[in-house]
Structures are given as structure tokens and as C-alpha cells.
Design a protein around this ligand. Structure first.
Ligand SMILES: [Zn+2]
Length: 251
């Protein structure tokens, strides 16, 4: 709880990052969450990992040990053989109860609007997983507008635009994508408070969620929503309600 509000951080990473050397254990993360009043978080592997299986096992164990604190997400390269990709996503959904699949075009250069990417969205749909898509760095495949294609093709799939386009230049694209596709949700990490006002002027809070990405951002990212001059109902939706509905309320 933060200022008496329940908080769901819709974007954190657990495990080992091969690209940065960063290591984040569930225990370290829980300490940060407790310090900053985060009740629950969507735990995602880092985009580049020594072993996606180990990353999923770590997150699966964290979800098992702390079912009210962590919701699990899978992340693996879409360039793996499709049977391998499919088996691992099934394992994450069936063995660990993961609720999301992450697509990271910055490190997985695949156009999400292309037919080559359809299998990812279809596997997610099959296991009732939401798809979290990184946007911003990694353009052109990280353009928010490209997500309108799978969102239209799979109206029952929930797609989360992580980082909401990554700020200024792509923010209007993220807003337009959400306006045209009711199954697109916006995760607000990296935006400035004025950008959040800009989003809220057009997209209802029931489609918005807060995220931090990295532990050193939690205080600022959650604080910016807590302190924003917006209606309380909107604040509750952004901090808790939307993510609970999209990723399933673990109780
Ligand atoms: Zn991230």
C-alpha cells in the first residue's frame, strides 16, 4: 500500500540479464516492493538471459512462494523453433500459472504486425495470456502502431503497450493505438506526469496501468501516479484495478 492505495507494478524483471549483467532475485525485489509500498508485480524475465528455462523456473518459484505478490510472465526468443517456443509457453502457463507473455522487439527483431509474428499471439490466446510488448527503443519493430494489427486480428487478446511508446515522440501513436483498439492497454513507465495527463485526456484509466521496469524507478514511477492531480477512481484504476483485471487477481 502506498498512501493508503493498493499498488500493482505491471512491469518488473526477475533473474539474470545477459545484456547488462544485472541480477535481480525475488528476495531483492520483495525488499524493494515492501520499501515502496508495492503489493503485487508482474515478474518478467530480462530480455536477454543465459537460459530462458531457468529464468522461467525462478519466476515460477517466486509465484509459487508468494502468490499474492508476484504474477508471472514468460519471455523467449520468437526465433526459437516454434515447437520449442510453444512447449515452453505451455509449461509456463500450465505448471506455473503465468498470466502474460512478453515480446521484446528491441532484442527480438521481429515485426509484430507481420504474419511471421502471428504464432506468438495465437499461443498467448490459447493459454489466455496477455501479451506485453515493449515499445520505444527498438524502432521500427517497437512502434506502438504495429500492435494495432494483432489487436484487430485477435480481438479477445489483451495487448499491453509497455512504456507507452517510451515517451514524447511515440506517445501519440500509443494513444491512437489504444483509441482504435479496445483490447490495447497502456503501461505508463518512462512517461512524465504531463504525458500521463495527455494520455488520460483520451484513454480511460480502465485501460492504463503503472509500471517501473527496474527497482531504482519504483519510487518515481509509482509516486508520479500517487501525486498526480487526477480523480481518485482513475488513480485506483492505474495503480491497481486495470492490472488486476488484465493479469487476473491472484486474491
Ligand atoms: Zn522491461
Amino acid at each position: 500500500m502506498r498512501n493508503g492505495l493498493r499498488v500493482f507494478d505491471a512491469h518488473i524483471h526477475l533473474g539474470e540479464a545477459a545484456h547488462s549483467g544485472r541480477k535481480q532475485t525475488p528476495g531483492m525485489m520483495l525488499e524493494q516492493m515492501d520499501r515502496h509500498g508495492v503489493d503485487r508485480a508482474l515478474a518478467i524475465p530480462f530480455p536477454m538471459v543465459p537460459s530462458y528455462r531457468e529464468a522461467h523456473n525462478l519466476i515460477g518459484e517466486a509465484v509459487r512462494s508468494h502468490p499474492s505478490r508476484f504474477v508471472g510472465a514468460a519471455c523467449l526468443s520468437p526465433f526459437l523453433p516454434q515447437a520449442e517456443y510453444r512447449d515452453e509457453v505451455r509449461r509456463c502457463a500450465e505448471e506455473f500459472g503465468f498470466r502474460a507473455l512478453k515480446f521484446q522487439p528491441q532484442f527480438q527483431p521481429l515485426d509484430p504486425s507481420s504474419s511471421r509474428a502471428e504464432f506468438m499471439f495465437e499461443i498467448a490466446l490459447e493459454h489466455r495470456l496477455a501479451v506485453v510488448c515493449h515499445t520505444g527503443s527498438g524502432v521500427p519493430y517497437a512502434l506502438p502502431s504495429l500492435l494495432m494489427v494483432p489487436a484487430r486480428k485477435y480481438p479477445n487478446l489483451k495487448i499491453i503497450v509497455a512504456h507507452c511508446g517510451g515517451g514524447g515522440m511515440l506517445l501519440p501513436e500509443a494513444i491512437v493505438a489504444a483509441l482504435f483498439c479496445p483490447n490495447i492497454f497502456l503501461e505508463l513507465s518512462t512517461l512524465m506526469p504531463n504525458h500521463v495527463h495527455q494520455v488520460l485526456a483520451q484513454v480511460p484509466a480502465a485501460r492504463l496501468m503503472a509500471g517501473s521496469d527496474l527497482p531504482e524507478n519504483i519510487d518515481v514511477e509509482m509516486g508520479k501516479i500517487v501525486n498526480l492531480d487526477i480523480p481518485e477512481v482513475d488513480r485506483q484504476e492505474i495503480l491497481w484495478g486495470t492490472a488486476c483485471r488484465v493479469f487476473g487477481d491472484a486474491g
